[in-house]
Structures are given as structure tokens and as C-alpha cells.
Ligand binder design. Structure first.
Ligand SMILES: [Zn+2]
Length: 454
């Protein structure tokens, strides 16, 4: 292993050049005019896989193609599937960038370019590790499969069908993903849980058009008022969600988890001030860290209805609508929560208005086992490469691919994040901290070694 780690250290410059080459390709998956670039980024990845000695192919998905590569020469050893993506977000306004978003710039410790942290720089860590093993030992310590797609930034519309169709090809014992962040620069971080999501739209209608409130006020139901009343019932005075059955399947964080959360530095007052909010808010009995990661939430994301122009217009509006989403935690089930949500809305909706229901998608929460042998090996590899203890965090956002992988492939996911909390992914001047990538590559190299059964 020491020779292999040495290889990583001696090839930093070449590997930085890989990142520069890949980042230079404007693989914006949502823009049809960039389709050739998206394909070019997949091709670059495929060719690099082949060059370092993996068996690789580009595969069609119905949308953008993806790369499937493998090295399966370690019978009796575990098989891991590395997932990542080489497509990127649009750049937004050019004026907000200090340089061309697709002309990689080096500044101090940083590589600045769209895609540098999300997710090209992180995908490359695994190719670096594979190259190091294949160059020094002529083999990998375990079996490794790579699934590198190019539709992540548009919601991976073809990934689940692809995984279902190719479940034998993708069969594995564990999935490893580096598409998350670090708690602080230089602080190795494992994300072990994500929240689920249910997103709905409630539409209420009353009279067939807006009415004069002087002539008709007090005799017809007002959809705006009624919608506001219904939304107001969805939380109780303690900030708990008032939907019968909503908390039935919620698993509280274990004592070990609470200890992990309490051990991470977090300045609540600063957090709230930084967000520009006048005061902390949330469910009674929980800290802000708990509220934003391991407690379910319900938010009205938008509301519209009636007269909102300048001045006064005394109408009884004909309709009103609100978008309402819920973040879910283990072991809540998105389908069940969705049902409970609509039952509650229906039961609280008076006969004076009509209810129309719209759904905008759902995803289950995910939680990786904290005590798996993969987690233990990753902990050791990260600790050695970075020279400090690993931060364990739960993510407040949702990653629908995790429960999908678990359902279809039966495998858990290990999420090792190397993006800086200041990386500005999706924003202007996206960047990645090169020392963290270098240590990340070393950590991944060690991890492959530690996963081998003795
Ligand atoms: Zn990403």
C-alpha cells in the first residue's frame, strides 16, 4: 500500500491536469445546445478509464449516455460500485464570475471552474486511486464498478430505469459516492443520512370569477382565506406538524448520534444571523442541527391568490393556490406521508370551496448503517489521509438515488464528501480545494486496500 499511496502523492500534477481537462468541457446537461459537450465529458471519462486499465464502455440511457467501467479481477473480495456524475449546472450570469466559467483557473489552493467540486473533481478521485493501484500492484485489492452518469443535474430521469434494467451488471456489496461536502475545509466528512421529500400543490376555487366584496362578501366562501386557515392548521403551537399519523414512523436519533451532532462546532446565533433571519425558529425540544437534519419539516413554499396589484381592489377571489413540501426522516415513507397529507387537507377543507390536488414528486429518506465494515474502513482511510477525526453528518436535503440503489441493488451507500463548504456549487466561481482533493485521492486509495478481506 505505501507504494500505491506514494504514487498518488507523486502524480498530483498530472491528476490536477485531468481535472483541468475534464472541467474545461461545458457539459451542462439541461441545455440542448450543450448536448455534444455532455457527450464529450462522458467520452473523456470513458477513455480515461480505459487508459488506466479499466474495462469501460459508454452506454445509452434514453437521455445522455453514461460510463460503465469495471475491474473484477479479485474473486472472493467485495465489489463496490462507485457512482458519480460529470454533467454540470448552467453557469448563470457571466458577470458574476471572475473568469470564464469553463476556463479552469488556479488561485492559491483552489481550482475554480464550473463542475470542479460538483462533481468532476470528486469523480476523478476514484480514477486516480484505480490508476495508482493498477500502476503499482497491477491489480485492485477489491472488485470495483463505476457508474458515472451525465444527467444528475437534471434529476437523473433515466438512472432508475437504467439501474433496474442492468441490475445484474451493477450488482455490488456497497455503493460509494463522493458528491457531498466537508464540514470544514480539511475536515474529512461522511454523510450518513438524507431526508426524504413530498412536494404537493393545493388549489382551491370558489366563485366562477372574482366577485365584488360589497355585493357578495359574507355569502360565498373565500378561497384565499380558507387556504390560509388550512395552512395555519398544519403546525401546532410547539412547531410540530399537525397531520394525524405524521410522526408514527419517525425514528429518533440514537444517543450515539446525538453525541456525534453535539460534538461538531455549531454557533446557532451566528447561523441564524448569517441567514438574515431575526430569530431562531423551530420545533420545540430540538437543537437547530437536529431540526435541519433529523426532524421532519413542513413548509409552505409559495402562495398565490386574489388581488395583489398596487392600490386597493375589493374582490372575493375566485381561486387560491399553495405549494407545500415536507422533508421526511427515517423511517417515514413518502407514499404514506403523501396519503396522510391529502387526507388531512380534504378533511379540513370546507364545502364552500373546491379542492384540486397536484403532486410534484416524492422521495424516501435514507440512512446508512453507522457500524458497517465499509464505514469503519472509510473512517480509518480518511483519518490517515487527512490526519484528523472524521466528521459524521446528516444532510437536510434529499438524494432520491440512495433509496433507489437500496431498493434495486440491495446495497447501502457510503458518502464521502470532499467539496468545501465554500465551494459555491451551482453558483458563480465554483471551486474546489486542491489539497482536499489530493488527500481525498489518498483516502480513497487506502479505502480500497482496507476493504479487501484478509
Ligand atoms: Zn453533484
Amino acid at each position: 500500500m505505501s507504494q500505491t499511496v506514494e504514487f498518488i502523492r507523486n502524480n498530483r500534477k498530472k491528476h490536477l491536469d485531468w481535472a483541468i481537462q475534464l472541467c474545461r468541457i461545458p457539459s451542462i446537461s439541461t441545455r440542448p445546445e450543450n448536448k455534444p459537450d455532455v457527450v464529450a465529458s462522458v467520452k473523456w471519462t470513458h477513455e480515461t478509464c480505459e487508459r488506466i486499465g479499466l474495462k469501460s464502455r459508454m452506454m445509452e440511457t434514453g437521455g445522455h449516455p453514461l460510463v460503465y467501467a469495471e475491474w473484477l479481477g479479485a474473486p472472493g473480495q467485495p465489489t463496490v460500485l462507485v457512482y458519480g456524475h460529470v454533467d454540470v449546472q448552467p453557469t448563470g450570469e457571466r458577470a458574476l464570475w471572475d473568469a470564464d466559467p469553463f476556463e479552469p483557473t488556479l488561485k492559491d489552493d483552489w481550482l475554480i471552474c464550473r463542475g470542479s467540486s460538483d462533481d468532476k473533481g470528486q469523480v476523478l478521485l476514484y480514477l486516480r486511486a484505480a490508476e495508482a493501484w493498477l500502476s503499482t500492484e497491477k491489480r485492485l485489492p477489491i472488485n470495483v464498478k463505476f457508474l458515472i452518469e451525465a444527467e444528475e443535474e437534471i434529476g437523473s430521469p433515466n438512472l432508475a430505469p437504467f439501474v433496474e434494467k442492468h441490475r445484474d451488471l451493477l450488482k455490488c456489496d456497497q455503493i460509494i459516492i463522493s458528491d457531498t461536502g466537508m464540514y470544514e475545509d480539511g475536515w474529512p466528512t461522511i454523510t450518513y443520512g438524507t431526508r426524504g421529500l413530498v412536494y404537493n400543490e393545493v388549489r382551491l376555487s370558489g366563485p366562477k370569477h372574482d366577485l365584488h366584496s360589497g355585493s357578495h362578501g359574507g355569502v360565498v366562501g373565500n378561497p384565499v382565506t380558507t387556504l390560509a386557515e388550512i395552512i395555519a392548521t398544519l403546525h401546532d403551537a410547539d412547531g410540530r406538524i399537525n397531520i394525524p399519523g405524521f410522526y408514527d414512523d419517525v425514528v429518533n436519533p440514537s444517543d450515539r448520534e446525538r453525541k456525534i451532532m453535539a460534538s461538531l462546532p455549531f454557533d446557532e446565533a451566528k447561523y441564524v444571523t448569517d441567514l438574515g433571519s431575526p430569530a431562531p425558529f423551530g420545533e420545540k425540544g430540538y437543537t437547530s442541527v437536529e431540526r435541519r437534519t433529523c426532524r421532519p419539516t413542513l413548509d409552505c413554499n409559495g402562495i398565490m391568490g386574489g388581488f395583489t396589484g398596487p392600490g386597493a381592489s375589493t374582490v372575493i377571489p375566485a381561486k387560491a393556490m399553495a405549494k407545500i413540501s415536507m422533508r421526511l426522516v427515517p423511517n417515514q415513507n413518502a407514499e404514506k406521508i403523501n396519503k396522510l397529507f391529502w387526507q388531512t387537507i380534504e378533511s379540513r377543507c370546507p364545502k364552500t370551496v373546491r379542492l384540486e390536488k397536484h403532486e410534484h414528486g416524492a422521495a424516501d429518506p435514507y440512512m446508512a448503517p453507522l457500524d458497517s465494515s465499509y464505514m469503519t474502513a472509510a473512517d480509518r482511510a480518511l483519518k490517515e489521509a487527512f490526519g484528523r477525526d472524521v466528521a459524521y453528518i446528516r444532510e437536510g436535503g434529499s438524494l432520491p438515488i440512495l433509496p433507489m440503489f437500496k431498493r434495486v441493488l440491495g446495497a447501502d451507500s457510503l458518502m464521502l464528501g470532499f467539496a468545501s463548504p465554500y465551494c459555491n456549487a451551482h453558483g458563480p466561481n465554483e471551486k474546489v480545494r486542491i489539497p482536499d482533493l489530493d488527500r481525498g485521492a489518498e483516502a480513497v486509495t487506502r479505502l480500497l486496500g482496507y476493504l479487501a478481506r484478509q
